[in-house]
Write a protein that binds this ligand. Structure first.
Ligand SMILES: *Cc1c(COP(=O)(O)O)cnc(C)c1O
Length: 496
């Protein structure tokens, strides 16, 4: 039993059970009791290729699986799926290094984890002796749904239904989803906003569990949400990849420290960086970059988390979030105190506010630095990086780039900084075009073409030609019909 709930040490699970369940039964997240017990020789992985590194790191974090099993899962997840030979290449831009995480099948960093999760999920199903088919339900504001579908596409023993808000995603995102191939995939628009879709999915889970609505039907529900440990663990790998690349290029000696700057939303990506550090990687600071929704900036400064504040829709929408779920894992691992975490999460739910004790805040300050950048700063960063270095970055990456410059200015003793780049600029073409000082004309597809002709940077294959692809998914339903929809689909043998 390697995992437990962050809120209750008596709720234990193997890694495979944690992956299959997603969330602990008390609403806590699954975590190891501490990372000190992990057996891992960090120096030995630096000479490996990315799949070798992933095998070592994932076996250390998910001990339900043998190294041989993991090697096979990693191979299935990644072989031939990314546009670059190195899954997550590094490039040098000005004095910084940019770690490109967007070379996967949907041009967003979530591909790294969502390519691996289906493999872990189906292997966990076998380990736990579960014969039921796994039906994944996901509500998406755009990026997660597409990356999840691509990951689960035609994976035996799994099906996936993605709900998105009708009229609430960009034209490119809608086209990406509506043209998705695969016989185990279903996409449905819900009349309402993203919260309606998300609440609807939670209600379906609750109704099915409480009413036993799928008992004996050979199907069980699961989620591809970022709180699943099976999504977090694969993200640790690219921190090692980036460090190893700099060593191989002669820019670092093994043992030298680096700092990472991470555009942060749900705190999954940056937490994976903290795992990398705890497993031995020489990391100085992890810099948490936020947009105008700067709840984490305030929290890391003061130790007071307060979600009672205006919600802004920004140019970096994947970071528009006021409750960063994965922070709970960090608070648990730093304090080792499930009772404290339970109390803080209770307060967050009741009042929207909690304050961590002073000693915990000191520990946070030792490992993290924080900053934010609003939309004006984001667009000006895109322009500056393009003009000065000829590098085109997306809006999320621009937030991180700007905060990295703030960090260096405020901390003269900083280490070499690696900035994580989480999306292709072609996923947010209008803001990018504005950033480089050009006005957008026509629809989003025209704007993509405009960015290409201005910059000469090729459009990723999965995004070009989207307009011409066959639309396979046209369902639109009212939000009170989501349960009926899921139950019908769950018992329907063939979807196509
Ligand atoms: C999801 C996402 C993020 C935020 O990552 P978290 O793990 O949620 O902190 C940043 N950038 C992009 C493009 C994303 O899709």
């Amino acid at each position: 039993m390697d995992y437990q709930s962050t809120r209750d040490p008596s709720l234990r699970a193997t890694a495979a059970e944690a992956i299959l369940n997603g969330l602990a039964p008390d609403g806590g997240l699954y975590s190891m009791p501490s990372l000190n017990g992990i057996v891992f020789d960090w120096k030995s992985v630096l000479g490996m290729d990315t799949q070798g590194m992933a095998t070592e790191i994932l076996t250390a974090l998910l001990p339900s699986f043998t190294k041989e099993e993991m090697r096979g899962l990693v191979k299935n997840a990644y072989t031939g799926k990314f546009e670059t030979e190195d899954l997550t290449p590094t490039v040098h831009v000005g004095g910084d290094t940019i770690l490109e995480l967007f070379r996967g099948p949907t041009s967003a960093f979530k591909d790294v984890a969502l390519s691996m999760l289906p493999q872990l999920m189906t292997a966990s199903r076998k380990k736990c002796g579960v014969d039921d088919e796994i039906l994944i339900l996901t509500a998406t504001s755009g990026d997660t749904g597409k990356a999840a579908m691509e990951g689960f596409c035609d994976v035996p023993g799994t099906k996936i239904i993605v709900f998105y808000p009708d009229g609430g995603v960009s034209a490119v995102q809608k086209a990406q989803m509506a043209t998705q191939a695969g016989n185990n995939i279903c996409v449905c628009a819900v009349r309402g906003n993203f919260d309606d879709a998300q609440t609807g999915v939670k209600n379906v889970f609750a109704a099915v569990t409480e009413g036993g609505l799928l008992d004996g039907k050979g199907v069980r529900l699961s989620s591809a949400n970022s709180i699943n440990i099976g999504r977090l663990a694969p993200q640790v790998v690219y921190y090692y990849r980036a460090y190893a690349n700099l060593v191989n290029e002669g820019k670092l000696s093994v043992g030298d420290k680096v700092d990472f700057c991470v555009p942060t939303g749900n705190f999954g990506d940056i937490l994976a960086g903290w795992f990398a550090k705890e497993m031995g990687l020489p990391v100085g600071r992890l810099v948490c970059a936020s947009n105008a929704n700067n709840v984490l900036t305030d929290f890391l400064e003061t130790g007071r988390y307060d979600k009672n504040r205006p919600f802004y829709k920004t140019a970096s929408p994947s970071m528009d979030i006021l409750v960063s779920s994965n922070l709970e894992r960090l608070l648990f691992l730093l304090s080792g105190d499930a009772a404290l975490v339970k109390r803080l999460m209770g307060e967050l739910k009741e009042t929207g506010v909690y304050q961590v004790p002073e000693d915990l805040l000191d520990k946070l300050h030792a490992d993290f630095w924080q900053g934010f950048c609003d939309d004006t700063g984001t667009k000006s960063a895109i322009g500056k990086v393009w003009r000065e270095y000829g590098y085109l970055c997306d809006t999320h990456t621009a937030v991180a780039w700007d905060v990295a410059q703030q960090y260096k200015a405020a901390n003269p003793d900083h280490n070499p900084v690696i900035i994580l780049s989480t999306a292709s600029p072609y996923k947010f073409p209008a803001a990018v075009l504005e950033g480089i000082g050009r006005g957008a004309k026509g629809d989003e597809f025209d704007v993509m073409e405009q960015v290409r002709s201005e910059t000469g940077i090729p459009i990723p294959k999965n995004l070009s030609g989207l307009r011409e692809r066959e639309v396979r998914h046209k369902d639109v339903i009212d939000r009170d019909k989501m349960l009926d929809y899921v139950l019908t689909k769950a018992t329907q043998k063939d979807w196509f």
